[in-house]
Design a protein around this ligand. Structure first.
Ligand SMILES: [Zn+2]
Length: 660
C-alpha cells in the first residue's frame, strides 16, 4: 500500500517553497588540493586584450615531418572596443612549447610590415595610429618553429603511434598559444576560423568544422582546408594528423536533416582496439537523438560530429571533433554533450568550469537513464557522490586544479540532479532547452549567475540560496531526524549539524498500514513538525530523501531532541502568515520549555472556534496552521479572530484577519 497522505501542516510547508535569503555560513576555506595542473597561466586577458574583440583567425601550417619543423602564416581579424588601444597583444609562446622554439619572422598590419615584440609568451604589436571605435583591424603574422624538442602533452604534440608519426593538439585551458597566436581565453570566441595544413600526402588531417577542400600538390605534399563556421573558443581548436582509418555514420534528425558522423581511428572498425570502440561509436546517433530531445538541436548540424583518436587516455571535446582516448560508453556520451555545454555555450572563465563539465557529467547519467533505465541513472549518480571539502566555484584558477573530478564534474552533476527533483522533470528540461537556445548564451559564454537567472525565469523561484550553498559554499547537509508518536500525532524534529542548508526534502513515513510521502522545507538548524497519523496506525519508519535526490548524510533517532540541544530561550506566539488570509494561515510559535500546550482560535466574543493543539510539546520552534474551511465542513465567517497560545502559566494572544 502506498497512500499519499499529507498532513495539514506538512503540505503547506512543502508548497511554500519560496526561498528567502538566509545568512549562509562559509565555515570552510575553499579547497586546497594539490596542483594537478602543471600548465597554469594567467587567468584573465591583459588590459590591452580587453580592448579588442577577436572575430576571425586563419591558421596556416606547413608541416615538415622529417625535421619536425613548421612554417606558419596567421591572419587575425579583430574589432576595436576601446580607442585607448595602443598595442595588440596576442598570447603566443616563445620557447619550450610542443612545436619547439617559435620565431616570429614578420608581422603585417594592413599589408605593411610593422614593428613587434615577442617575449614572455606574448606577441605585442603596437598599433600604427589611434584606432577608431569599432574599427576592424587585420594582422598577418609569419612564424617558424622547430625542431620539436619535447612531447609535453599540452599544446602541440609530435607523438608516435605504432611507430608512426602522430600529431595532435590539446589546448585546454591556456595552450592554444603554444602553437598559434590568439587571445587565448574562453570569453573571446572568434566568429569563424579557417585551418589550413600542408603536410606529407600519406597523412590525414582532421580538424574542426567542415572540410572545404584537399589539394594534392603532386610533390608528395597535400593541403587540407577545414572551415569552422560557428563561434569557437581558442582551446577548442584542434588538429589530429595520422594515417587514420576514416569511417563514419550518419544521424538523421526529426526534420530529416542529416549530420555526418566522422571517425578517425588508429585501428580498423572491424578489428577495433579497444574491442568496444566500434560498438560504442555506433551509439552516437541514439545519443544525439536523446540529447536533442533534452537540450535542443545539435549545435553544429551544418558541419559534423566525430572522434579523432589521440595519444591520451581521456577525451577532449574539440568542437565537432572530439579527441578520443579510451572510448568507453560514458566518455562517448560525455564528450558529445559538451557540444551543447562547453562548446556551444562555454564557461566565461575557468572559475565557472562546472558550466561545462558538470553538465557533461550529468549527461552521462541522462544517457544511462535512457539506455539502462532508472536503475542505471541511480547507479551513475551514486558513482558521482562527493562528500569532501572545497567549492564547485574555482576560487583561483591560477593555483587550484580546474579539472578536479570531484568539484568540477561530480558534485556539479549532483547540483543538476537536485535541481531536477526540486523543479520536476518537465521544468528541468525546459530550463536546459531555454538556456541552450538563449541568444545571450548560444554560441557564446555563460557564468553561474547567468544559468541561475535562466532557472529563476523558468521556475519563478528565488534560487539564490540554492546556488550560493551548492556552487559557492562547501560541504553538504548532515541531517538527523527524531521521531516520536503520541496517538495520532507524529512529532518529527530535524537537526542539521555543520553548515545549514536550505532544501526541500522528501520524507517517507511508514506505518503499520500506510506509506506517507511528503515534502518539508528544511532550512534551519532545528525544526519541528507534526503529522497526523491515521487512527490506530503505528509509525514503524521514517526516511529522509528516500530516493537519493540530495547529496547528504542522514541518521535517525527514535525519541525527541533534549531541551538543552534545541533552545530557544523565550516563549513566543509569532504573527501568523499570510495575514489577512483565506482560507489557510500558518502560526509560528516558540516554547522555552517542554510541557502541555494549548493553542486555540477564538472569536471577538471570546468564544472558542477551534482547538488547534492540545498536547504535550517539547521546547523548540514550532508551526501549526488553521484552515478556516476545514471545521467539520462548515466555513467560518470572515472577520477578526484571535489565536491564543497557553503553556503552563504563560499566555500570548495575536489578532488574525480572515477575509472573504
Ligand atoms: Zn568534459
Amino acid at each position: 500500500m502506498n497512500k499519499s497522505y499529507n498532513a495539514l501542516i506538512t503540505i503547506i510547508l512543502g508548497l511554500l517553497f519560496s526561498l528567502t535569503s538566509f545568512g549562509f555560513i562559509d565555515e570552510e576555506k575553499p579547497c586546497g588540493h594539490a596542483h594537478q595542473d602543471v600548465f597554469l597561466r594567467d587567468v584573465a586577458p591583459t588590459t590591452e586584450q580587453q580592448k579588442i574583440d577577436i572575430r576571425y583567425y586563419s591558421l596556416n601550417f606547413d608541416i615538415d615531418i622529417a625535421t619536425t619543423s613548421m612554417t606558419n602564416e596567421f591572419l587575425v581579424e579583430l574589432v576595436v572596443l576601446d580607442t585607448s588601444l595602443e598595442v595588440i597583444e596576442l598570447d603566443y609562446s616563445t620557447d619550450n612549447s610542443g612545436v619547439g622554439n617559435i620565431t616570429v619572422t614578420n608581422v603585417l598590419f594592413d599589408d605593411d610590415s610593422v614593428i613587434f615584440y615577442h617575449g614572455n609568451d606574448l606577441l605585442r604589436i603596437p598599433v600604427v595610429e589611434k584606432p577608431g571605435l569599432g574599427q576592424r583591424i587585420s594582422v598577418r603574422i609569419f612564424s617558424e618553429s622547430g625542431p620539436a624538442n619535447n612531447h609535453d602533452d599540452q599544446g602541440f604534440n609530435w607523438d608516435y603511434e605504432s611507430g608512426r608519426r602522430a600529431i595532435w593538439t590539446n589546448s585546454q585551458p591556456y595552450d592554444a598559444r603554444d602553437w598559434w597566436p590568439s587571445v587565448d581565453y574562453p570569453r573571446d570566441k572568434a566568429d569563424s576560423v579557417d585551418i589550413v595544413v600542408t603536410i606529407d600526402d600519406y597523412m590525414t588531417v582532421a580538424s574542426n568544422g567542415r572540410l572545404v577542400s584537399t589539394l594534392d600538390h603532386g610533390d608528395g605534399s597535400k593541403t587540407w582546408h577545414w572551415h569552422v563556421g560557428h563561434p569557437i573558443a581558442t582551446y577548442l581548436v584542434s588538429l589530429s594528423i595520422y594515417e587514420f582509418y576514416e569511417w563514419g555514420d550518419i544521424y538523421v534528425d526529426a526534420n530529416n536533416d542529416t549530420l555526418p558522423i566522422q571517425f578517425y581511428t588508429y585501428s580498423h572498425p572491424d578489428n577495433p582496439y579497444p574491442s568496444y570502440m566500434t560498438a560504442n561509436y555506433r551509439l552516437l546517433p541514439d545519443m544525439i537523438r536523446l540529447f536533442e530531445s533534452q537540450f535542443g538541436p545539435y549545435p553544429f548540424m551544418d558541419e559534423k560530429y566525430g572522434h579523432a583518436e589521440w595519444g591520451k587516455s581521456y577525451g577532449m571535446e574539440h568542437q565537432t571533433l572530439t579527441s578520443m582516448g579510451d572510448p568507453t560508453e560514458r566518455r562517448v556520451a560525455h564528450e558529445l554533450a559538451h557540444m551543447w555545454f562547453g562548446d556551444m555555450i562555454t564557461c566565461y572563465s575557468y572559475h565557472h568550469i562546472w558550466i561545462n563539465e558538470g553538465f557533461a557529467r550529468y549527461a552521462e547519467a541522462l544517457w544511462w537513464e535512457e539506455h539502462y533505465g532508472p536503475a542505471g541513472y541511480r547507479e551513475k549518480m551514486k558513482a558521482f557522490e562527493y562528500y569532501g571539502t572545497g567549492t564547485i566555484y574555482v576560487e583561483d584558477p591560477e593555483t587550484e586544479s580546474i579539472f578536479g573530478l570531484s568539484l568540477s564534474y561530480n558534485k556539479p552533476a549532483w547540483v543538476l540532479h537536485m535541481l531536477r527533483h526540486m523543479v520536476g522533470d518537465e521544468t528541468f528540461f525546459e530550463i536546459l532547452q531555454t538556456y541552450a537556445a538563449d541568444p545571450e548564451f548560444k554560441y557564446k559564454t555563460a557564468t553561474t549567475e547567468q544559468f541561475q537567472m535562466v532557472c529563476e525565469e523558468i521556475t519563478g523561484l528565488d534560487l539564490d540560496n540554492f546556488f550560493q550553498q551548492w556552487i559557492y559554499g562547501p560541504g553538504f547537509p548532515h541531517y538527523r531526524a527524531y521521531r516520536a508518536q503520541t496517538g495520532e500525532d507524529l512529532l518529527i524534529q530535524t537537526i542539521q549539524s555543520g553548515i545549514v542548508f536550505d532544501m526541500p526534502v522528501d520524507f517517507r513515513i511508514t506505518t503499520t498500514s500506510s506509506v506517507i510521502d511528503t515534502v518539508l522545507r528544511i532550512n534551519e538548524q532545528f525544526m519541528t513538525f507534526h503529522f497526523q497519523i491515521p487512527p490506530g496506525e503505528i509509525v514503524t519508519g521514517l526516511v529522509m530523501d528516500p530516493d537519493d535526490w540530495i547529496l547528504k548524510s542522514t541518521d535517525y533517532v527514535i525519541g525527541v531532541i533534549e531541551d538543552e540541544q534545541v533552545g530557544p530561550e523565550y516563549f513566543e506566539l509569532g504573527q501568523n502568515y499570510p495575514n489577512p488570509f483565506n482560507p489557510m494561515t500558518i502560526i509560528p510559535y516558540s516554547l522555552d520549555k517542554s510541557g502541555p500546550v494549548h493553542i486555540s482560535i477564538v472569536d471577538v466574543m471570546g468564544k472558542e472556534v477551534v482547538d488547534l493543539i492540545n498536547s504535550n510539546q517539547i521546547r523548540g520552534h514550532h508551526k501549526t496552521s488553521w484552515n478556516s474551511l476545514d471545521q467539520q465542513g462548515k466555513a467560518v465567517e470572515a472577520g477578526i479572530y484571535f489565536c491564543r497560545l497557553q503553556a503552563g502559566i504563560q499566555t500570548e494572544i495575536r489578532k488574525l484577519l480572515l477575509v472573504k
